[in-house]
Design a protein around this ligand. Structure first.
Ligand SMILES: [Zn+2]
Length: 358
């Protein structure tokens, strides 16, 4: 609750020890500047991205490779340390390092994760697990049971329920006071932790028919965490922008970016109502070497190329990650810290700085 010293009218909520800020980190996997630009070139409405004024760039290399992956990228955000490719919550010397969620739990924060991938996939995993390689899904799921994450919505039922070691981690989570749902985004139980595992592996992509899962899971998580009246850290991943790049599929890329932007709209609306919140939007790396370029028609018979006047298209350099600088957008409490050009692991330190500033 805000403390009113003189008059409550128009008094901004103070970031005092009694009133710590909420953190929302949105990660568009594989989302570089060209990907974001697709929302401006092909979207029907003004993109929500246009609402940001505090903008910066991050350098994304890992300690082992100039061109990083989601595991090392997310670990840099979640631990404040750069590490080797494929590492989940591990230092470059393969030692477990505390994640921002583990650190904030000790300060009384709640936590939430929303992803379109299995909950054990690299990006969400880096916020609660400690394993040497991102493919160790079953080990990551064991860490999920220990993590005490208050709210999660993603896929990955398989790694909890249908494991090669026959362990039933679904029941293990219920024993740890979770309400779980593997069918729909049902109403949460305010007296429990809540987990939604709505696919065996990943959720469908937009082209495969995913509806409003990302927006609805985000809203559900925000409602739950807010109703609990404790500060929270919430990570939201738009996972398949990366897939659009790997598949060199312009339509998939476009639809996933628009879906991300829609979710961004949900979050921006939330922080208008809850100004004691910091929103940071960024990506682990770019995928596809995407550009918004001239559009050409190719004559099927002659193979001749002719330019489509004043039309643009999404062009791919290849089907791999790239090493470009990645934009960072911030809004709310402490947003100004995120201006400038800096290393990806600085995101972690800047978030903690925003939390600690009085
Ligand atoms: Zn990728």
């Amino acid at each position: 609750m805000a403390i009113c010293y003189m008059s409550c009218e128009e008094k901004p909520v103070q970031n005092t020890p009694e009133n710590p800020i909420n953190i929302i980190l949105m990660i568009g996997d594989g989302m570089g500047l060209a990907q974001i630009s697709t929302a401006f070139s092909f979207g029907e409405e003004t993109p929500n991205f246009e609402q940001f004024k505090d903008i910066g760039f991050i350098k994304t290399p890992s300690t082992s490779h100039t061109i990083t992956d989601s595991a090392a990228g997310a670990t840099a955000f979640s631990t404040g340390q750069k590490t080797y490719k494929r590492a989940i919550g591990m230092s470059k010397d393969s030692l477990p390092i505390p994640t921002i969620i583990e650190t904030l739990h000790k300060k009384g924060y709640q936590s939430g994760l929303v992803s379109l991938t299995p909950i054990t996939h690299a990006t969400p995993a880096a916020f609660y697990a400690h394993v040497k390689d991102r493919d160790l899904h079953e080990d990551i799921a064991l860490d999920l049971v220990k993590s005490n994450i208050d709210f999660f919505a993603a896929g990955g039922l398989k790694y909890l329920k249908h494991r090669t070691d026959q362990k039933d981690l679904y029941t293990a989570l219920i024993a740890k006071n979770y309400k779980l749902d593997s069918i729909e985004l049902s109403k949460y139980d305010i007296n429990k932790k809540n987990g939604y595992l709505l696919a065996h592996e990943g959720l469908p992509s937009k082209l495969e028919g995913r509806k409003a899962f990302f927006q609805e899971a985000t809203q559900l998580g925000l409602n739950y965490l807010t109703e609990k009246e404790k500060p929270f850290f919430l990570m939201l991943e738009g996972s398949y922008i990366d897939w659009g790049g790997h598949a060199m599929d312009a339509e998939l890329l476009k639809q996933e970016v628009l879906d991300f932007d829609k979710t961004l709209g949900v979050v921006l609306k939330y922080i208008k109502k809850h100004p004691n919140t910091l929103l940071v939007v960024t990506a682990d790396h770019e995928t596809g070497g995407v550009s918004i370029g001239k559009s050409y028609l190719i004559d099927e018979e002659t193979g001749e190329k002719s330019e489509e006047i004043d039309k643009v298209s999404i062009n791919f350099n290849n089907d791999q990650h790239s090493g470009t600088l990645i934009p960072v957008f911030a809004k709310g409490k402490g947003a100004a810290h995120f201006r400038g050009i800096y290393e990806n692991n600085e995101i972690y330190h800047k978030i903690l700085k925003a939390i600690h500033q009085k």
